[in-house]
Design a binder for this molecule. Structure first.
Ligand SMILES: Nc1ncnc2c1ncn2[C@@H]1O[C@H](COP(=O)(O)OP(=O)(O)O)[C@@H](O)[C@H]1O
Ligand SMILES: [Mg+2]
Length: 241
């Protein structure tokens, strides 16, 4: 069988079930594990990068989900989280989604970044940008990276990247490929930009849920606005690739 154009015969036997679909990969459950099947055009180096990021996040204690190699470089095996995404829970009537997202940010930003091998945002943010875009965002990232504390940031925190295990154990944050060392303001700003694009009607709820944490990090309104400018430029680049 071909899934996403990748031949999955060597791994699947027909009993696999789709559990998630993304822009770059589909995710299946099969024999008690989750499998991420990337499109064949997706560079294998990026998959390698995602695996290294995940293993650093495992070491930092931020996710129990381990990634394993398979015979196919475009297919990654993962520990399966039996449960639903936070989005699905919210669509089913769960009203604590914004507070839970705020908890998830706090958990990530509390972790000790000193021993974690992960690029800094300043080192990768310019990739693929025009000179004009770089001149617009790199000085902002420089400034804030020296004036605010640098933490682990997930940089794609939203309701599809938080899963709630059925057995009632702790929520699990997934999809760490974007994570970088940076001031936490960029994490809050990235989610702001994603929600503004996909669900503008809930922006107010998001802002109320994270306002106190943003204030306690000494992030000014101007810092937040600047971080939104940075994340908008990066987001637009992603959409064009
Ligand atoms: N380890 C896992 N266990 C169960 N479901 C998963 C797992 N990893 C991903 N998923 C499901 O697949 C979806 C897409 O996975 P994700 O890693 O976020 O890929 P993408 O980069 O395409 O967003 C998730 O929103 C979730 O529903
Ligand atoms: Mg995702």
């Amino acid at each position: 069988m071909f899934e996403n154009g990748v031949n999955t015969d060597k791994i699947f036997d027909g009993s696999e079930k789709v559990i998630g679909r993304g822009a770059q990969a589909d995710v299946y459950s099969f024999q008690g594990y989750a499998y991420k099947v990337y499109r064949p055009s997706y560079p294998v180096e990026w998959i390698g990068f995602e695996k290294r990021q995940q293993s650093e996040i495992n070491r930092a204690g931020l996710s129990p989900v381990r990634y394993y190699d398979t015979e196919d470089p475009h297919i990654v095996k993962m520990d399966l989280i039996e449960g639903d995404t936070l989005e699905k829970k919210m669509l089913g009537g769960f009203t604590g989604g914004f507070d839970l997202l705020a908890d998830m940010f706090r958990k990530v930003h509390r972790a000790d970044p000193s021993d974690v091998q992960m690029p800094r945002l300043i080192d990768t943010a310019g990739i693929g940008l025009s000179e004009e875009e770089k001149n617009k965002i790199l000085p902002i990232i420089e400034r804030m990276s020296s004036s605010l504390e640098n933490r682990i940031c997930h940089l794609d925190m939203h309701f599809l990247n938080v899963m709630l295990p059925k057995d009632g154990s702790e929520p699990v944050i997934i999809d760490w490929i974007n994570s970088r060392i940076a001031p936490a303001v960029f994490d809050y700003a990235r989610t702001y930009v994603v929600l503004k694009e996909c669900a503008p009607e809930v922006l107010g709820l998001y802002e109320s849920a994270v306002a106190a944490d943003i204030a306690s990090l000494k992030i000014s309104d101007k810092d937040f606005e600047d971080a939104v400018t940075v994340c908008t430029v990066i987001r637009n680049r992603e959409k064009n690739t």
